[in-house]
Design a protein around this ligand. Structure first.
Ligand code: NFS
Ligand code: SF4
Length: 658
């Protein structure tokens, strides 16, 4: 086998323990190596990251170039057209945001297309599941609900939300949810988004050769485009998915590769859009298909998710999650996966080869994403089960003819996930009247020092899961409540930190709150588009009062410590533009010490936004985030409250010791 030779020729392989802390993934990398199967972990070692690209010091926006500048001495050269390092980096950054934002907003638009067809009765396989959510979302943007039918409200909602994409002028509908002072900052700086299509088009235009060549002006359009994702496309994706498929509430779930079952037909759904998965849930429960599986000798059909697809359904249905981004190739090495169906985003082309080695069906389903060498079974919202039934049938036939040696790591962990912002409201506020008051009160009295969003991918350039887990441990030890989305939360679930029992790892204040409420110190709230839930939670905290007038006043911080995707850059920028200090790990695509760097990492904050931060080591990241939270507490006059709590604790300890 061709890959076999390549691996054998290599110098000593990096020990699996240095690549990932996920035991199951370690085992599968090792098994793969023995069997001559390569994964992104080994490719990352062999593919040295390009140092010029890593710092965004090159431009290929026209063919007088491509031009390479000197990252070590960034102002020593300019491009053929005269573009400076700041222009080049800002334009590259802008295009990352355009791509990342396009991914989320296009996903949101698919959800909206589905919603429209459900509302007008053309699609019958899906329905509006959460009428209460429909009403609250409608009310939040000024649509009357009183005495009106579901269809009337939904039709109005569709029409308004469509402008999230198409509005050529004005402000997107969910701008109405932004705290007034934050909105004022946006208006003052000209960054309130119009429709995402317009913003993305404009950012592509402005980053073309010879257009916008002022990094501060480019940054403005970066913010505007990113906000069209966070408060636009992503928020639409979340809200419409909740309306159609149900708003999450906490559910105990199993994670890790041990969720695969040797004696069952195993199907994995990997990607992002929940409609495919929702239909698959129906298909695997169809009596005829279960019969067919049994006739093939299986005990049943076992369905699990990966990446954000998995995160969408684990919070709504409690479907097991088999692993995050860096485990998608590794899981195929178990030999136990009969079919992996994918839709869009984060799907490594490398999966094709690994699937081929183990006879797994790798099936693409979305017209936007075909992969050479994968089978394509197109998914259509108008007849969803045609596709998902066929995938099940393919999986059953592979089960029947399994040739690969099956070896499933026994690792299974349990977590409680599904903390939508509605549920946080309810959980903390009690049965009668949900509210964020108890959360704010606990922040004000210092039991909770602040709130952190720890989100994003895993990346083979750093040890998988390790940065996430170390960072989150340190945050909760310091009484910082952690909210999580996407692949990040799976890292923590595998480490056992998303259970209420993990409260003992938290600092005394956070521990007390968690124990009183019965919640974990780390709250898994959904997929990456569900970062919009964090924005809404932040807006609610401002509205509830006592923590300042804008999101920028809150003692909160965000982080994507192992990110790899352009979507993450876009998320980072919309958090920054919303007022949040946001720290990224791994690498940052900018030359340090340049004007553009200073703009993102310092100046934006003085303009009323948040700002970017960067560190690779989890403890350094934690220090940055906690220092920022403390700075905000101090500005709010809350540092005193916290000192009192700490004194109480040391008092208590000295009493204990006596
Ligand atoms: Ni987010 Fe989801 Fe995971 Fe990263 Fe990819 S799955 S949208 S981009 S890798 S967290
Ligand atoms: Fe070079 Fe300017 Fe063309 Fe970029 S736009 S490739 S810097 S000449």
């Amino acid at each position: 086998m061709e890959i076999q030779k390549k691996i054998d020729k290599d110098k000593p392989l990096v020990p699996t323990g240095e690549l990932t802390t996920c035991e199951a993934t370690q085992k599968m990398i090792a098994k793969g190596r023995l069997e001559g199967v390569e994964t992104a972990f080994d490719r990352a070692v062999n593919m040295k990251a390009c140092p010029i690209g890593a710092e965004s010091a090159c431009c290929k926006h026209c063919f007088m170039g491509p031009c390479r500048l000197n990252a070590k001495d960034p102002y020593s050269k300019v491009g053929v057209c005269g573009a400076t390092i700041d222009t080049i980096m800002a334009r590259n950054f802008a295009r990352m945001i355009a791509a990342g934002g396009a991914a989320h907003t296009d996903h949101g638009m698919s959800m909206l297309d589905l919603f429209r067809e459900v509302v007008n009765g053309k699609i019958k396989d899906y329905a509006i599941k959460d009428i209460q959510k429909l009403e609250t979302v409608a009310q939040s943007i000024g649509i009357a609900t009183e005495g009106r039918s579901v269809k009337e409200i939904a039709t109005d909602l569709y029409e308004q939300l469509e402008s999230t994409y198409t509005a050529v002028d004005g402000e997107i509908p969910f701008a109405k949810r932004v705290p007034p002072k934050t909105l004022e900052t946006w208006r003052k700086n000209g960054v309130v988004p119009r429709g995402a299509m317009r913003e993305i088009m404009e950012i592509m235009h402005r980053s073309h050769m010879g257009v916008d060549q002022d990094y501060t002006n480019i940054t403005r359009q970066c913010s505007r485009t990113a906000l069209a994702d966070g408060w636009g496309g992503s928020m639409v994706a979340t809200e419409i998915s909740d309306i159609l498929f149900g708003t999450p509430s906490p559910v105990s779930i199993e994670v890790n590769m041990g969720v695969l079952k040797e004696d069952q037909v195993n199907i994995i759904i990997h990607g992002h859009e929940p409609n495919l998965f929702e239909s698959m849930i129906e298909s695997v429960n169809a009596p005829t298909l279960i019969e067919a599986a049994k006739a093939a000798g299986a005990r049943g059909i076992n369905l699990a998710g990966m990446c954000c697809s998995g995160a969408e359904v684990l919070v709504r249905h409690g479907i097991p999650h088999a692993g995050n981004f860096m485990s998608t190739e590794a899981i195929l090495i178990t030999g136990a996966v009969d079919a992996m169906a994918v839709d869009v985003q984060c799907i490594k082309q490398g999966l094709v080869k690994v699937a081929e080695c183990y006879g797994t069906h790798l099936i693409t389903t979305n017209p936007r994403c075909r992969i050479e060498g994968a089978v394509h079974v197109e998914f259509n919202d108008h007849d969803p089960k045609k596709c998902t039934d066929e995938i099940v049938i393919k999986a059953i036939s592979r089960f029947k003819n399994r040739k690969a040696k099956v070896e499933i790591p026994r690792n299974i962990n349990v977590g409680v996930h599904g903390f939508s912002h509605e549920y946080i409201n309810y959980m903390l506020g009690g049965t009668f009247r949900g509210s964020y008051t108890p959360l704010n009160d606990n922040i004000i009295n210092g039991r909770i020092r602040g709130v952190a969003g720890v989100v994003g991918c895993t990346n083979p350039r750093v040890k998988q899961d390790w940065v996430h887990v170390e960072l989150v441990k340190e945050l909760i030890q310091n009484d910082v409540l952690v909210l999580q989305t996407g692949c990040a939360q799976i890292a923590l679930a595998k480490a056992g930190l998303t259970t209420p029992e993990a409260a003992h790892l938290a600092g005394p204040g956070l521990k007390e709150v968690c124990e009183t409420v019965g919640m974990p110190p780390v709250l898994g709230i959904g997929s990456c588009v569900d970062n919009s839930r964090i924005l809404i939670a932040a807006a609610e905290m401002v509205k509830t009062g006592g923590l300042g007038d804008s999101i920028a006043d809150l003692p909160v911080a965000g982080c994507a410590p192992e990110y790899m995707s352009e979507k993450a850059i876009c998320i980072g920028q919309y958090f920054v533009a919303s007022g949040v200090y946001t720290v990224f790990g791994v690498t940052f695509p900018i030359v340090e010490g340049t004007k553009f760097h200073k703009h993102l990492f310092a100046e934006l904050e003085t303009m009323g936004f948040g700002k970017w931060g960067f560190a690779v080591d989890p403890h350094d990241i934690a220090r940055l985030m906690i220092a920022h939270i403390d700075k905000k507490r101090k500005a709010l006059g809350l540092d005193k409250a916290r000192e009192r709590i700490l004194m109480d604790m040391s008092d208590r300890r000295s009493i204990d010791a006596a």
